[in-house]
Ligand binder design. Structure first.
Ligand code: GKR
Ligand code: MG
Length: 409
């Protein structure tokens, strides 16, 4: 089998006005749909970060991809690193340059989908087989501004409890994650305690202020939330800062910010900075790398969870396949999916039942691209005028003097 074409289509999908330490979500989230067409009549699909930079990166990668056998994934990774340098992906959506591991991942997912379709096997089998049939997800709770989106404004603990009730009712989520770094830290601690009061001790809770707090605040709030959190995610920036908070915090610290590539694991382990690593195949170099990451985490006694950005069903299907293949992933995964109403796969949105998604049975990722939807969302991309995610600019439209807190709250 040979790859005869690599296509990347930028799309824009509706996104509610969600708040985080980075600012405010714009009305559209950007994604890129990747297609790897083969000479055997199958085309593999993938989904990655959006905007102009990923398009340029995928175009740069084309000579290394077209003409290649899609099974030859490790040689492809080596070749991309040789051409592009082993540049780190950076943190989460900031890997907007789509470099190194994130660039490889975008292509790997589409190749695995093509191989799965050609061999009529689900991608999870190509990753070594499934250790679970269903993958549990957590409700991703956000403070948000008002818009006519059915959720209204959520800027208080009471409104947050109502948001959580709705998420649990509609999707059956058992764990709750609160995106923090928005309100003054003690208000967010109170919001967590309100969730605890409303849902009881059997509902696992997490808080993620995206490194907005100082070390002292991290220690103080961690103490205040003793017994209330299954983990505290990225209270403060950097491995050294996290290590200091971890020393005094009564719960494990988790991260998708200070440990985002394999090189970060050794210092993080040596400094006991984190207890849980959030994987993300988009950022960590693909689905096979995520399986490897699980085993490394187990070796060093680290727990494994999963990170998410705004995404559609192709990414969700990939997340489900990879999560089903990682035995160490014992926490409910993050997903922004309920916040997106647009979809690019045939049959509409994938469905949560009891807070989890069944591993798709079909060949490859088990989802098909809806070409009409792709065209519509691509037109939306061209019309919306956004070419990268910029939550600060969006936030300053509402509060002109707003500035992000980075380890100083
Ligand atoms: O969508 O605002 C957001 C999140 O804050 C996202 O950008 C983060 O990458 O969800 C993420 C996280 O867990 O840090
Ligand atoms: Mg996080």
């Amino acid at each position: 089998m040979r790859i005869v074409d690599l296509r990347a289509t930028p799309i824009a999908v509706g996104d509610p006005p969600l708040r985080s330490a980075f600012g405010l979500h714009a009305p559209f989230a950007l994604r890129t749909i990747v297609e790897v067409e083969t000479d055997e009549g199958v085309t593999g699909i993938g989904e990655t970060y959006g905007g102009e930079a990923p398009l340029r990166a995928l175009e740069r990668a084309r000579p290394a991809v077209v003409g290649r056998d899609p099974w030859q994934l490790t040689p492809l990774r080596v070749e991309l690193e040789r051409r592009d340098g082993h540049r780190p992906a950076g943190f989460a959506w900031e890997s907007r340059a789509l470099a190194g591991p994130a660039l490889f991942s975008a292509i790997e997912v589409a190749c695995l989908d093509a191989i799965g379709k050609a061999t009529r096997r689900p991608v999870v089998d190509l990753l070594g087989g499934r250790v679970r049939d269903r993958v549990p997800f957590a409700a991703y709770l956000f403070f948000k501004h008002a818009r006519d989106d059915g959720w209204g404004e959520v800027m208080t603990a009471d409104a947050l409890v109502a948001e959580a009730r709705t998420m649990r009712k509609w999707y059956g989520f058992r764990s709750l994650k609160l995106k923090g770094g928005v309100l003054e830290p003690d208000r967010e601690a109170e919001a967590i305690l309100a969730l605890r009061e409303a849902f009881g001790p059997d509902v696992p809770l997490r808080l993620d202020p995206n490194a907005a707090w100082s070390i002292a605040t991290g220690l103080r709030i961690a103490g205040r939330l003793r017994g209330a959190l299954e983990y505290l995610e990225d209270p403060t920036p950097g491995i050294d800062g996290m290590s200091e908070v971890a020393r005094g915090a009564p719960m494990p610290l988790a991260t998708n910010m200070c440990v985002t590539q394999f090189d970060h694991l050794a210092p993080a382990v040596a400094k006991k900075a984190v207890g849980v690593v959030l994987t993300d195949h988009h950022m960590w170099g693909g689905m096979r790398a995520t399986v490897e990451l699980g085993r490394i985490c187990r070796t060093f006694g680290l727990g494994v969870s999963m990170h998410s950005n705004s995404h559609l069903g192709i990414s969700l299907a990939a997340m489900v396949h990879v999560a089903a293949a990682v035995p160490e992933l014992t926490y409910a995964c993050d997903t922004h999916y309920p916040w997106q109403t647009d979809e690019v796969i045939k049959g509409g949105k994938l469905r949560f039942e009891d807070g989890s998604i069944a591993v798709p049975d079909g060949a490859g990722l088990g989802v098909e691209l809806d070409r009409d939807a792709l065209e519509r969302l691509h037109e939306q991309y061209k019309r919306c005028g956004l070419t990268l995610r910029d939550d600060v600019t969006e936030m300053r439209k509402v509060e002109p003097d707003w500035r992000p807190h980075v380890g100083d709250w």
